[in-house]
Write a protein that binds this ligand. Structure first.
Ligand SMILES: [Zn+2]
Length: 350
């Protein structure tokens, strides 16, 4: 963990219904007129058109337009090499891959970045990293946080419910991530940034005060995920947002025939890790009961065998990251949980 001399946090935050149609106004106010637009491949055409109309109304122009079909370091480097010299901002519109590409492109080009997620399936839209492949292998690259976060809550509410559950899972994971950080302090003396830990913890409770899938709940989820990204920026580490549950999810991505949505994997892993940690279980389970998260998992159950492989492999994903998985061989406990925990009933097959 490297303490920062200087951190960059978003200057413009607009999280409300109709924000997509006001994007051009937000750009004009900042004097950003010649922009680069990076969109998800296969983005709903209506959303792309609304964004373009909004830019035109605000007097801004997308002088370059890309579909982020290849979320790789190499693709971003090629985009950077071809970028015109008078661009004033980069906009990322759509889902995870487009936002990772846009964020890293803006970061390398040192241009202000507008994150415009159309769903809230994870905390990546405002985190200080981009997940890209390099020579075919997935890696995390340090990136500046967005200059602007623009979330149209009506648009996010219209996204499939599985993406909402994924966002809930990635948020609730902070309960186990923060506890792992404290374990690392006690076991290894790894310093905890109290402010970042408190901020991360507070976002979960703030969302859980009313975790309903309605415009207000979507707004709370967006702000909570955003503040988690800021917690990471504050301490210069992913510790406040990512612990043992993320290690299991990363291991699953590697061993699974068909990895599921990030937040669905992370959410179930967080529940399991909370039981290993002996804390936070009721909070996490309550959040999942109230949001219907379990139904989202049971609709397409995980492979029991892949999860046990992932639990075994997880500590090797980041050997220097001390978590509850470092304290003992957890595979026998996880095996029992998958078989016996009533809440996990129907979440696993095979
Ligand atoms: Zn995550």
């Amino acid at each position: 963990m490297t303490p920062r001399n200087q951190i960059g946090i978003p200057t413009v935050v607009r999280v409300k219904p109709g924000a997509l149609d006001r994007l051009g106004v937000y750009l004009r106010r900042q004097g950003h007129r010649r922009v680069v637009l990076v969109m998800s491949e296969g983005l709903v055409p209506d959303l792309a058109e609304r964004a373009e109309r909004s830019l035109a109304r605000g007097g801004a122009e997308a002088v370059e337009r890309f579909e982020a079909s290849d979320p790789s370091f190499e693709a971003v480097a090629a985009l950077l090499a071809g970028l015109g010299g008078d661009r004033q901002a980069v906009i990322g519109l759509g889902g995870g891959k487009a936002l990772d590409v846009a964020k890293y492109l803006a970061s390398l080009a040192k241009l202000p970045y507008y994150a415009v997620p159309t769903s809230l399936s994870n905390d990546g839209f405002c985190s200080p990293q981009s997940s890209l492949t390099l020579a075919g292998r997935r890696r995390s690259f340090a990136a500046a946080l967005p200059f602007a976060v623009v979330v149209d809550t009506e648009v996010a509410l219209g996204a499939p419910e599985s993406l909402w559950w994924s966002g809930v899972g990635d948020l609730v994971a902070k309960v186990t991530a923060v506890f792992d950080w404290k374990l690392a302090f006690h076991a290894r003396g790894e310093p905890v940034n109290d402010f970042a830990a408190l901020l991360s913890d507070a976002t979960v409770h703030q969302f859980l005060s009313h975790p309903e899938r309605n415009p207000d709940g979507v707004r709370r989820l967006a702000l909570a995920l955003m503040l988690n990204g800021i917690a990471m920026e504050v301490c210069g580490s992913s510790r406040p947002a990512s612990g043992s549950e993320h290690l299991i999810s990363h291991a699953l991505d590697a061993v699974s025939a068909r990895p599921r949505l990030h937040g669905l994997q992370v959410g179930v892993a967080s529940y399991i890790c909370s039981r290993l940690q002996g804390q936070g279980t009721e909070l996490i389970a309550g959040a999942f009961d109230r949001t219907g998260f379990w139904d989202g998992v049971r609709a397409d159950p995980f492979s029991r065998r892949e999860w046990l492989d992932a639990a075994r492999e997880a500590p090797r994903i980041k050997p220097d990251r001390y978590t509850v998985l470092s304290t003992r061989d957890v595979v026998p406990e996880v095996t029992r949980m998958i078989e016996e925990d009533p809440r996990l009933h129907g979440c696993f097959a095979g």
